[in-house]
Structure formats: C-alpha cells, structure tokens
Design a protein around this ligand. Structure first.
Ligand code: RIB
Length: 307
C-alpha cells in the first residue's frame, strides 16, 4: 500500500548563525545553504526514503528551483506524476534562520506555484489517493484545496493525517474527517487557546482536540518527545537516542509525520508507530537541511535497535 502526500514544494534558503535575529536586528551569518523544502515535499521524500511507495501532489514553476525538486524526487523515488508545472507562477521559497548553537529555526515561506494547487489537481490525483492507505497533508497549500482533498480521502476510506502547520483556522466540520491530527506544541495551543508547555497542558490540549472530533491526536514536543491520545489510550513517547549531535531541527516535524504515515501504512501498533516516527525525526536533525536530511529505512531501523 502507498502514501499520498499533498503539499507545497519550495526552495529553502537557509542561513546559519550564532542566534536567530530579532525584528530590527542584523546578525552576521556563518553559513548559507540552498536546498529543496516545503513541508509536503519534505514529508513525501521522507516517506519514500522510509520505505513506502509515495505519491506527491503539488505544483512547481518551470525554473531552476523546480528542476531541483524533480532531481530530488528521482533520487528519492517519489512518484511525482501528480506534480504539475505552473504556466503562471515561479517556484516559491522559504527564508530559514537556524541558530547553530541549539539547532532551532524560524521560517518565512512563500508557496509560489504551490499556492495555486486547485481542486482539479486533487480530482486528477484521485487514483493515487484511492490506492493509498494514508493521505497526509498540512496547511501550507491553499486551504480550500486541502479541505477538499481531506474530504475526498475520507470519503474514499483512506486514513487521513492532518499536520496543521502552520496553524490556521479550520471549520468545525473538518475535524471529524481527520484520523490523526499532528500539531506541535505551538500549533496545538492555537487550536485550544491555552499554552502547551507542561505535561498537564499537553494532556488537556489533546483531550480538547479529541472533543473537537479528530480520532487520534499526536502532539510533537521537540526535545521533550511526543504525546499520543485517542479515546482508548494516551501516552508520552520519548525522543530517539541519537549517536550524533543535533545540527538543524528544520524539517524534524516533517520527518515525524512521514515516519508516522509509513508506520501506519505498515500496520504497526500506535506505540511502534510513535517510536518509528520519533526515530525518523531524530535522525533528520543530525544533518543540515530538510528533504536532504531525511534518513533511509536502514538508518531508522538501526536507530530503533539502538545502533
Ligand atoms: O518544515 C520545514 C519546512 O517548512 C521548510 O522546508 C520550509 O520550506 C517550510 O515549508
């Protein structure tokens, strides 16, 4: 069985420095890297590298950044037959500031061509969605298209994962279409209107999200791990133990969502799926970049064995 991912592709322009500048401040950077990014695209690459056939639905420009995407999909064996080339827009970009001391980041992303993914693109991709076990999406693509696709996947009986990043208002009727809702702590607090900092906050937020109608909640908590909750069980999952230091946390959420999608496609239990997702995310932080930092299946399995 396959995974279908809907989302944006952009080029990431990444600047590394001793700190992330505040508004009005200039810092002298120490490194600059250009690479493939966009949450949806990162998730598609990560899912494919983690070992499951992956279809990606998106739109790119007819330009150098767009060609960088195609090269990467060929390398990572992502099925990009549903990635169309826009005649009207160039590929978008993300400006990413990374704090090289902690690996933390701040992002401003402009979707460019991916901002023009339409309902027709989703209809055209229906065979891929229908043949998938999991449909995974985020909130960077046009919202009406994302909601249309979630409804279609749900109607087709495909398990849906909504990674609500960046957080944005969602109509109440959409929550019941979501099988797995996967915010980080900042996104979770947007939906529940309280801070998500302590374990108690996290449990309370997950309960509120379940009350809104999603079937399973996974709140990612950065270096504090992740929390799973459903009507039947709730537990914290620790971060994976890493053999190499964290250098860049950008894309760790994408790696986590992809790992979760792959594990659920392979019918792992939720405990196993959370551990698999955490290992995928952890390994992604040990390399610079987003899509380029996604681990292989062999690396994930070795990490799960403690190697
Ligand atoms: O999650 C990381 C991604 O968010 C980056 O690749 C950037 O492009 C933004 O979409």
């Amino acid at each position: 069985m396959a995974v279908t991912v809907l989302g944006i592709y952009v080029a990431d322009l990444v600047l590394f420095g001793q700190k992330i500048p505040q508004a009005g401040e200039t810092v002298l950077g120490n490194n600059f890297v250009v690479g493939p990014g966009g949450k949806g695209s990162n998730q598609a690459v990560a899912a494919s590298k983690a070992g499951v056939k992956t279809h990606f639905i998106s739109k790119i420009g007819d330009d150098q950044f767009g060609r960088m995407a195609i090269e990467m999909y060929d390398e990572a064996k992502v099925d990009y037959s549903n990635v169309s080339i826009s005649e009207d827009y160039s590929t978008g970009a993300a400006a990413i500031m990374v704090d090289e001391v902690t690996g933390a980041n701040a992002i401003n992303v402009y979707p460019g061509a991916s901002g023009a993914i339409t309902k027709k693109d989703i209809d055209d991709a229906e065979p891929a969605i229908r043949n998938s076990k999991i449909f995974l999406t985020q909130l960077e693509a046009p919202k009406e298209t994302v909601m249309y696709a979630l409804k279609k996947a749900s109607d087709l009986g495909v398990t849906t994962i909504l990674n609500p990043a960046p957080a944005a208002c969602i109509e109440k009727s959409v929550f019941p279409l979501v099988d797995y809702f996967t915010p980080n702590e900042i996104e979770a607090s947007f939906y529940v209107n309280h801070q998500v900092e302590t374990h108690d906050d996290t449990r309370r937020a997950a309960e509120s999200l379940l009350d809104m109608g999603v079937k399973n909640v996974v709140i990612t908590l950065g270096e504090r791990g992740a929390f799973f909750a459903s009507a039947h069980e709730a537990f914290f999952c620790p971060v994976a133990t890493l053999k190499t230091p964290v250098v860049d946390t950008t894309g760790a959420g994408d790696a986590f969502n992809a790992g979760l999608a792959v594990a659920l496609t392979e019918n792992m239990s939720v405990q196993e799926a959370m551990a698999f997702a955490s290992a995928t995310a952890g390994l992604s932080t040990t390399k610079i970049g987003t899509a380029k930092a996604m681990p292989s299946r062999e690396q994930i399995e070795a990490s799960l064995r403690g190697e």
